[in-house]
Design a protein around this ligand. Structure first.
Ligand code: COI
Length: 377
């Protein structure tokens, strides 16, 4: 994704698009006191708001029945295509409460555009940018009381689409559902913003050339679970994948992109080869680093070169980024034949400064000079 990606204009005002969603309120929303308790210290992805946004598709009628309905289980035929062939895609976004009580989201057009690319790769129907953003806005408006106001807190938004046709033949589903669910969150890692340790996986790959690595589909995450378990068995917090073709260059973590800060102030991140997720946070960070005068190179980063740089001190910091994890310092890299601490193992100054700049924009504490925020409430 280019950092200068133009904001995609909606075809109508957001108000008009949200109006297309029929609100069917929950008869049993969580009591205010219980919600406040749930918002106090949410653990990532464990608590969900009272409603979900939903739009249904079939090959004959296209998208229809735009609604916000009570959050609840989905009834599925055991033959539903997604359960067998994993025809599914998703996005990760957040809604942030600003000091004046208003609620905003960050670069939703970029998520909507990536969602459209993922849909195309997974042979799912294309959902308009209008519908994607309106569904998010409609849900957040109904469940606005669920947007927390704490320092590191936000309402995590999970738009997703799955093949809903009950059919075991291997072809694109003729039915699909698009939903948005929402979950109040604090820091992604239980330890807060602390340096994490990374296991470099040499045997198992995440994605190959021509595969689905650039799409945000559930299958990519399913295949990262065993390597992630191996990382934890080796005493590390997260796994980092190498390229499938040569097994020598850095790609990405299980759910985050990776950046390397050199002692000369330049910054590198693996180039987008088609097998790496085009992170919205990744592209925003490239922009913010460039704004701050850092040279940023998107290039192939050989693991051997990185380890040598950590050893001779030319690599000063490494960090990971993503919507959920924001910017997370990496303090240690380990693999079958090495275990290296990066500088003093602590959070680096460039890492923490770009993290601060990004979150200051997201939470409305700094000017939104790139026009990245969209007001929802
Ligand atoms: C995100 O950062 O939002 C992601 O989608 C990564 C992970 C939680 C799956």
């Amino acid at each position: 994704m280019s950092t200068s990606l133009p904001q995609h204009p909606l075809s109508q005002s957001l108000e008009d698009l949200v109006e297309l969603f029929d609100v069917r309120p929950s008869a049993a929303p969580m009591a205010d006191a219980d919600r406040e308790l749930a918002l106090a210290a949410p653990r990532f992805g464990t608590v969900f708001t009272d409603h979900m946004a939903r739009v249904t598709w079939n090959a004959t009628d296209g998208w229809f029945d735009r609604r916000v309905e009570p959050y609840g289980p989905l009834q599925m035929d055991p033959a539903t295509a997604v359960l067998h062939y994993a025809q599914e895609i998703f996005e990760g976004m957040k809604a942030y409460r600003h000091a004046d009580g208003s609620v905003w989201t960050f670069r939703p057009e970029a998520n909507a555009q990536r969602f459209a690319r993922s849909a195309q790769r997974l042979a799912l129907p294309s959902l308009s940018i209008d519908d994607f953003i309106a569904a998010v806005a409609a849900l957040v408006r109904v469940d606005a009381a669920w947007v927390p106001s704490g320092e590191e807190s936000s309402l995590y938004l999970r738009p997703f689409m799955y093949a809903s046709e009950p059919f075991l033949g291997v072809r694109p589903s003729l039915e699909a559902e698009f939903l948005v669910i929402a979950s109040p969150v604090g820091p992604y890692f239980a330890s807060g913003v602390q340096p994490v340790s990374i296991w470099i996986e040499r045997d198992l790959s995440r994605a190959g050339a021509g595969g689905t690595g650039a799409a945000k589909c559930g299958g990519n995450y399913a295949s990262s679970l065993l390597p992630q378990t191996i990382a934890q068995e080796n005493g590390c917090d997260q796994v980092c994948f190498l390229d499938a073709a040569t097994g020598t260059a850095l790609e990405e973590l299980g759910g985050m992109n990776v950046f390397v800060v050199k002692t000369d102030g330049s910054v590198e991140t693996p180039e987008l080869t088609g097998s790496i997720l085009e992170g919205v946070t990744r592209s925003s960070i490239i922009q913010l680093l460039q704004d701050a005068g850092h040279e940023v190179r998107e290039r192939r980063i050989p693991l051997d070169e990185l380890l040598e740089g950590i050893g001779d001190g030319s690599v000063a910091e490494i960090f990971a980024c993503g919507t959920a994890a924001v910017v997370t310092p990496i303090g240690r890299l380990a693999g079958t034949s090495f275990d290296q601490t990066i500088a003093d193992g602590g959070a680096g100054s460039v890492t923490m400064s770009v993290r601060g700049e990004l979150t200051d924009i997201q939470y409305g504490r700094a000017a939104d000079r790139h026009g990245w925020l969209r007001r929802l409430v």
